[in-house]
Design a protein around this ligand. Sequence first.
Ligand code: GLA
Length: 665
Amino acid sequence: MHQEQQHSFVFGGDYNPEQWPESVWAEDVRLMREAHVNRVTVGVFSWSSLEPEEGRYDFGWLDTVMDLMHANGIGVVLATPTASPPPWFTFAHPEALPVTADGVRLVHGSRDTYNPAAPAYREAARRIAGALADRYGRHPALTMWHVHNEYGTVSYGPETDRAFRLWLADRYGDIAALNETWNSAFWSQKYSTFEHVLAPQATQYLPNPAHLLDFKRFSADTLRDALREQVAIVRAASPGVPVTTNFMLPSWNHYDQWDVAAEIDEVSIDHYPNARDIEGETHVAFGADLARSFNRGRPWVLMEQATSLIYDYAAARLFAKDPGRLARNTLQYLARGATGSLFFQWRSPRVGAEFFHSPMVPHAGEDSRVFREIVALGHTLSALAEIAEPPAAGRRVNDTRVAIVWDSTAWWASETKAMPSDDLAFLPAVRAVHRALWWQGIASDVVRLDQDLSGYDLVLVPSKIAASDAEAAALAAFVDAGGHAAIWYFAGSTDENLSVRPGGFSGAFAPLAGIRVEEHHPLAADEGIELSDGSLADAWAEYLQALGAEVLATFTHPPLAGRPAITRNRLGAGTVHYLATRLDAAALREHLARIAAEAGVTPDHPEAGNGVEIVRRYAGDGSYLFVFNHGTTPRTLDLTGHDLLRDRTLDGPVEVPPAGYLVLR
Ligand code: GLA
């Protein structure tokens, strides 16, 4: 296994030498050394170059690359190439091709052309992973295994139907239990045998939400099982070498992040935030906080980010990052616990689907702004190497007192098509809460309700449509022990299988909140409302009764005028807030500030907030403050410590320009 000389941040990117003649490899190594690159990810989509025909391997080029990297002190994150089966696979195993919900069988020509439930695919994936593990499992350049790339394929069709039925039979035991849970008497969907159940392909009208939810669970388990098989293979060949798989975050929910994290040694993420404004900065923090949380507070790997041009699918174009942003964003990830930064990718392909996505060595070559920024960043990371040292004791990042509940079942539930409003979406609700805290300089983790919550003062529960009895009990126990909670509209309205809880919506949490929700009053897409305290809101309203809770604000629009909109229930030392509408960003910030203050939570640093991001990372016996001014005007901040990037000691006011940052020991 590759040995590090000392503690250092990892720095490098996806490297695809098989796309270039060997003459370019020498230049690659020269430029990598110039930029202080110490890590490359190799082989992510190399299946057709490694196994050009079924069972015939060509490892010559990879042998040379592994040795070349080792000779130059560059560690290799070796990927299994299973996200992109070669064309021969498609012809040999047409049944393993993915099928869309509309029944269209896809063909090769892009990537991810496989059905993860197809035995032929799984077998081929195990075989190539095994061949790589045998050959490189003890290679001195190997620093980490990277299984697959962004597990995220969902497929329908006969292979899936077969696997789905087995999964259902295992979950329910007999068909009557499935019929009961799905309430399949509705619209005459009662099944007489598991053999008649199909994966939920396109239907005439709305499908059964419980069926959809189980299919999402099945798909997630299928991906997790595919991962698990490969992890076992590479682990057996390389004791002690960590294994990861890269999460596409936070936009994908094809699997349960907690479940997948439990299968691997280190969580890694691919992160592509908006390149153009402060939304991107809040997104960096969000992605990093998710990764750290999924990895249970331990360091995590930034497997991919872009140097500049980055896809903006909504805008249907790529946008460039402003000069300096690549380094600033990288330090934001480091502040929040990353082990360093890798980029997608080292060098752009001459041609290929992503040839205009920005790499470390652009088409313009080494004489370019981007490569100069990469070289400068490599030097900066070397200068900050002491921060890569693990902390002598305790946590690595801020003493986070606030937790936001992150739950795949809730996210999947919000996508089951029969919900009373599209505005019940999970991810935007979680993101809005995280962003509102960020603006106040308050760090947060994400948690699931069945984990130990005792280290937190405040637990926030936005858009958690489905909640089990055990989850409701866990939140109640947290509040009982003096914890504070805030619950948003509709949360806990159904159980974990999407059956509505009787007696009023938000039933899992309503007794805790001291409320009853009798009726929903979803708002139109363009409808805004104002609450009695002046808060602006949209999307959603409810006919709410306070049963013991104090009313903090009421609706003012008919027919709900005068009825509670925001309530607070005091239970011993704890409180439970309920928010029956979607507050706009300003009102959400204000209410969260109040809720946090009541819970005794203060910003992580007195100067943090309003676009100033300050995060403390622990290393060795000490700690380091990462300070960023994301605003558009200079900010004078009261800071103490040794400024590592400018080698000066600060003890008092210092002006930080817009887009400026400091790292203080
Ligand atoms: C993902 C993939 C990469 C590449 C980048 C481009 O995260 O893992 O292969 O497609 O996106 O943005």
